[in-house]
Design a protein around this ligand. Structure first.
Ligand code: ADP
Ligand code: MG
Length: 326
């Protein structure tokens, strides 16, 4: 069991940012309104995520660290209707097999919680403990028992930039959740959690770029699209300027990015990208998120219709730009 967890960890836990992604997804899946993230040394010495979500029942805490012990999928049929970010039940056991994990959680406010400490897959402490409702998860000394993996890690600065990407994507995906992110004691991001996407964009990219964005809003029979996209004069050199969120999940999707660029077609110089955050929503059955282990790729069952829908919606947003008095 320990070995299979370590093997699974090789797929799930590539670097500190992959751990952070899994922990934030769990917090969001638990319905958290506040997610406080701290990291030390690029996440290699510490990654901590504290949430005020539903918490874990004391008797379920140890179970949550067993393989395939997801609470999110009840039947095979559910696999085609995934509405949570996690569903494989692999993250926690994988992480706990290659790090020192401390988890304090309670599922009732004022109720008794439970504390669990696992090092390299071995339970070191498991006892009742006072805790506010929610979950406080710390992952220390990542890869301390897999030196070969540790050798692969780059500089702290590189690992930090991957951590930041993960936090930014989650913050952009959920403007209704308040995120804070600190690294080595300094606060790098704070979002208000009031549902206003433009304020999240401002916190990440600055208020200038945030102001210079047009609203995208379209509803169709199969899809709805909302978000912000840059005025054509405000473009960027990096593909990562475009953030696509599908049903609350950050994805890499040519099926959305290409029609977006197509809408800008005559307005956009070659190799430039509009700073954009697009939220696409559809019935979960139109979406296959089970394609890629890191879940960054998805498949759409109505891709042709989707492409036409996105292009039309972005064109409409750009038309409103033409009417803005200069
Ligand atoms: P998955 O997210 O795929 O279900 P994980 O290994 O990430 O698998 O987590 C296992 C289980 O632990 C989850 O299904 C959930 O029940 C519980 N869990 C993990 N993190 C949290 C959290 N922050 N709040 C509440 N429950 C959690
Ligand atoms: Mg998970």
């Amino acid at each position: 069991e320990h070995l299979s967890n370590q093997i699974a960890a090789g797929e799930v836990v590539e670097r500190p940012a992959s751990v952070l992604k899994e922990l934030i997804e769990n917090a969001v899946d638990a319905g958290a309104r506040h997610v406080d993230i701290t990291a030390e040394e690029g996440g290699l010495s510490l990654i901590r995520v504290v949430d005020d979500g539903a918490g874990i029942q004391p008797d379920d805490l140890l179970v949550a660290f067993q393989r395939h012990a997801t609470s999110k999928i009840a039947s095979g049929r559910d696999l085609f209707q995934i509405s949570t970010l996690g569903f494989r039940g692999e993250a926690l056991p994988s992480i706990a097999s290659v790090a020192k994990v401390r988890c304090l959680s309670a599922s009732e406010s004022g109720g008794l919680g439970r504390l669990l400490e696992i090092e390299g897959g071995t339970v070191k402490r498991h006892e009742d403990a006072a805790s506010p409702r929610g979950t406080d998860m710390s992952v220390s000394e990542l890869f301390y028992n897999t030196p070969a993996r540790l050798k692969y890690m780059r500089t702290i600065q590189t690992e930090l930039s991957h951590l930041s990407d993960v936090v930014y994507r989650q913050a952009l995906a959920r403007p209704d959740v308040a995120f804070t992110f600190s690294h080595n004691g300094s606060v790098l991001l704070r979002t208000p959690g009031n549902g206003d996407l433009r304020q999240v964009v401002a916190a990440i990219y600055g208020s200038g770029p945030a102001k210079a964005m047009l609203e995208v809003q379209a509803d169709g029979p199969d899809f709805s699209l909302s978000g912000l996209t840059a005025m054509p004069i405000e473009t960027r050199a990096s593909r990562s300027a475009v953030t696509v969120i599908v049903n609350g999940r950050f994805v890499r999707s040519p099926a959305v990015v290409q029609p977006l660029l197509q809408a800008y077609h005559t307005l956009l110089p070659i190799n430039r990208y509009p700073l954009s955050v697009l939220h696409l929503r559809m019935h979960p059955s139109l979406l296959d998120v089970n394609v890629h282990p890191a879940k960054l790729e998805v498949r759409f069952s109505k891709e042709t219709e989707l492409r036409a829908f996105v292009e039309a919606a972005v064109k409409e947003a750009l038309q409103s730009y033409a009417y803005i008095p200069s």
